[in-house]
Design a protein around this ligand. Structure first.
Ligand code: ATP
Ligand code: MP5
Length: 271
């Protein structure tokens, strides 16, 4: 028996600890039954306790990976994760303008859970000017949204205004993940391209095993879009998937443990 499967691309850094970055992306994509390809932007020596070292890759090998993927695969949706610095952000944006990979989800990763920087301050302007206008969906968490709009976001009204401002910068659909708003509220704020606002809600899960939540969320969105699911349904699926797997912990590592990507198997989460 032969069959076609949707092909997707993640452009991200690796995590030797397996819980975040490209590793979390591929695990999520695998669970969604799409075929994952990857352009590695940099390598991190990392575990659940933190990031011990990071090495951005030369742009020549990033360019070559794009070319290798583009020459052989029919990519239906693509996401970006950790891009490290200005040079790599510009390189990725240039390649995304050159090749047509379908809907682009930009996860503007800036800081790892343990506090290590995964994007230099100097790269923020390049990200806003070059990558953000290409995004069909952008998924900043609250601290990332604050950096993008360059002001504190305290109230829900502040967050909705930030969604509008980020949309005005060129991203079509904006999702500000509100997990960092307080430690009990778990709303994500969505401003769709047509101006409609919606809130994704879910119970707060009291766990410290949250390494890779952002990567998993954006990878779920990319995978479901590649399979043809509508954006609103896709976002709701991503939220439910995260909520479900956060409640089904696996004991791995000694710090902020990774998610259990099998956790939605045998549940009614449809992916
Ligand atoms: N403890 C939790 N309980 C329930 N949902 C959570 C929890 N932590 C994160 N989420 C959800 O997971 C999704 C990813 O959000 P989060 O804010 O963690 O992303 P992030 O900070 O970008 O992640 P990362 O630090 O991995 O890049 C959101 O929908 C968020 O509400
Ligand atoms: C290579 C890479 N990409 C992304 C993250 C963010 O994930 P988290 O904030 O959960 O540590 C990370 N830690 N490492």
């Amino acid at each position: 028996m032969t069959k076609n499967v949707p092909e997707v691309l993640t452009i991200a850094g690796t995590d030797s600890g397996g819980g975040a970055g490209m590793m979390a992306d591929i695990k999520t994509m695998q669970m969604c039954h799409v075929f994952a390809t990857g352009v590695v932007t940099g390598v991190t020596a990392q575990n659940t306790l933190g990031v011990q070292a990071a090495l951005p890759l030369p742009t020549a090998i990033i360019d070559q990976q794009f070319q290798s993927v583009a020459n052989d695969f029919t990519i239906q949706a693509v996401k970006t994760g950790a891009l490290f610095d200005q040079e790599r952000v510009a390189c990725v944006a240039e390649n995304l303008r050159k090749y047509h990979f379908g809907p682009l989800v930009v996860d503007p990763v800036m800081v790892a859970k343990g506090g290590a920087k995964l994007l230099t301050d100097a790269a923020i302007t390049t990200l806003v000017q070059e990558l953000l206008p290409l995004a069909d969906v952008i998924t900043p968490n609250l601290p990332e949204a604050q950096v993008i709009v360059n002001r504190q976001l305290t109230t829900e009204a502040d967050i909705w205004r930030a969604c509008t401002d980020i949309q005005a910068m060129g991203a079509k659909n904006v999702v500000i993940k509100g997990g960092h708003l307080t430690h009990q509220v778990n709303h994500d704020f969505v401003l769709l391209a047509n101006g409609r606002q919606l809130t994704l809600t879910g119970d707060w899960v009291n766990t410290r095993r949250t390494h890779g939540t952002g990567d998993t969320f954006s990878s779920l969105v990319v995978s479901q879009l590649a399979k043809g699911q509508e954006l609103v349904d896709t976002l709701q699926t991503a939220k439910t998937f995260l909520n479900t797997i956060l409640q089904d912990e696996i004991i791995v590592g000694h710090g902020h443990g990774p998610l259990n990507h099998w956790g939605a198997e045998h549940t009614n989460v449809q992916i």
